[in-house]
Write a protein that binds this ligand. Structure first.
Ligand SMILES: C[C@H](O)[C@H](O)[C@@H](O)C(=O)CO
Ligand SMILES: [Mn+2]
Length: 420
């Protein structure tokens, strides 16, 4: 280890120790936290099932940066590169369209065997896997409806796909010895004001009841449901709104997924975590960065990310929260996008753990808001960067922006040779 890294770390440790913060212990805790890195940043949400199919479902990827993964092997190689630059052991979040098989198989017919190569790879890499049915980018979702579709045959197709997905999730969990979170998100909604808001929600509820009817071992698979306020083409009404899934998840013991981009532009998910934690079985996060709309920008160290980290740490919510990422930017190097977003998410948790939480809570209880403000502000310039550098070096990944030259070399040697 570099002597400067150690010296800076030791100096930082002493400063934090004055406030009773045990930095070595913090780093042990941090190493336990897994971030679920979403595979779909690596290829602009195309997947491998119907590559000719356009991305639909009211989400959009912009940019044409070269080098997107075209095959499962390329995607795995890119993920490995990204993980080699991120401290800690994490998870990969797969969508059903990332199936790796030579068989021509439809979404409702998918089986665990079609994902065996992903499982073998994850086991070899020491990674966990999470899963998502893909209820978009398909001819049967072309009118914008899936599980709430008025046509029972189309509904049946999507119900069967979601049921198949849960079994795949349970297989991941069982094989890898790490619980898989299978998250259901459907794009269903209307561009313009509906005549009937209730009937689609009733159909979605009934469909979900069928999807979740089979009990699965919770050590292998946990179900999550993801709400949304609006999408492209569903501006007026989304069937699976926040209230809908909040009710559904609480009543049926499902994890409730909060995506940072799925609320009104000034509404933040950090302020929802404490309330939800009091009532829900568990929480899934889709950490994202909405810029004026659900734009899925790469996560930066902005106020909301800092607040998400703080809420998770201060409320002791890490045990019941599964942290996933959800962004897709095709205008920059896709591996760099993963690295920036994931490193920032881990770093936000570290920053939160290095805050003088007990002193802040005590000041607040005593009504000493002056101390609360003063400490909060002073700690913004405490040397958490020195602790982060040490953590990176300890985990064998590049310190500070050193990772960028590795990404540039990979781009030159691998990505640009793909010719796309
Ligand atoms: C690809 C993801 O499943 C998707 O982004 C979903 O999670 C979402 O957030 C849709 O807006
Ligand atoms: Mn999401």
């Amino acid at each position: 280890m570099q002597q400067t890294t150690v010296n800076n770390y030791e100096a930082a440790k002493q400063l934090y120790a004055k406030h009773g913060i045990d930095v070595d212990r913090v780093l042990e805790r941090l190493a336990q936290i897994k971030i679920s890195m979403h595979c779909w940043q690596g290829d602009d949400v195309r997947g491998f099932l119907n590559r000719e199919q356009d991305l639909t479902g009211g989400i959009s990827v912009t940019g044409n940066y070269p080098g997107a993964a075209r095959t499962p092997d390329e995607l795995r190689a890119d993920l490995e590169k990204a993980f080699s630059l991120i401290p800690g052991k994490h998870k990969v979040n797969l969508h059903a369209i990332y199936v790796d098989t030579d068989e021509k198989v439809e979404l409702d017919q998918l089986e665990p065997k079609h994902f065996q190569k992903w499982v073998d790879w994850a086991a070899e890499q020491g990674l966990g896997l999470d899963f998502n049915p893909t209820c978009f980018s398909h001819e049967k979702s072309s009118d914008g409806f899936t599980l709430s579709h008025p046509d029972p045959e189309i509904r049946r197709f999507w119900i069967d796909h979601c049921k198949a997905s849960r079994k795949i999730g349970a297989y991941f969990g069982e094989q890898l010895g790490q619980t898989c979170v299978t998250n259901v998100w459907v794009p269903d909604g209307f561009k313009d004001v509906p005549a009937d808001r209730l009937a689609p929600r009733q159909r979605l509820k009934d469909a979900l009841d069928e999807v979740f009817a089979e009990e699965l071992n919770p050590a292998h698979n946990l179900d999550a449901v993801e709400s949304k306020l609006f999408g492209l083409g569903s501006e007026a009404y989304v069937v699976g709104s926040h209230e809908f899934y909040m009710g559904y998840g609480l009543r049926n013991n499902k994890l409730i997924c909060l995506d940072a981009g799925h609320f009104h532009p000034t509404e933040v998910i950090s302020n929802k975590l404490s309330s939800l934690s009091l009532f829900s079985e568990g929480i899934l996060l889709h950490v994202s960065r909405p810029m004026r709309w659900d734009s899925d920008h790469v996560v930066t160290m902005d106020d909301e990310l800092i607040d998400i980290g703080r809420e998770l740490v201060r409320g002791d919510l890490l045990g019941k929260t599964h942290i996933g990422l959800d962004f897709f930017d095709a205008s920059i190097n896709r591996i760099a996008a993963w690295v920036v977003g994931t490193r920032n998410t881990v770093k936000s948790l570290l920053r939160a753990m290095l805050d003088p939480i007990d002193a802040l809570k005590k000041a607040e209880l005593e009504g000493d808001y002056t101390t609360r403000l003063a400490l909060t502000e002073e700690f913004k310039s405490y040397p958490f960067g020195a602790v982060w550098d040490y953590y990176c070096e300890k985990h064998g990944v590049p310190v500070r922006e050193e990772w960028l030259s590795e990404v540039k070399a990979y781009e030159r040697d691998v990505l640009l040779k793909r010719g796309n």
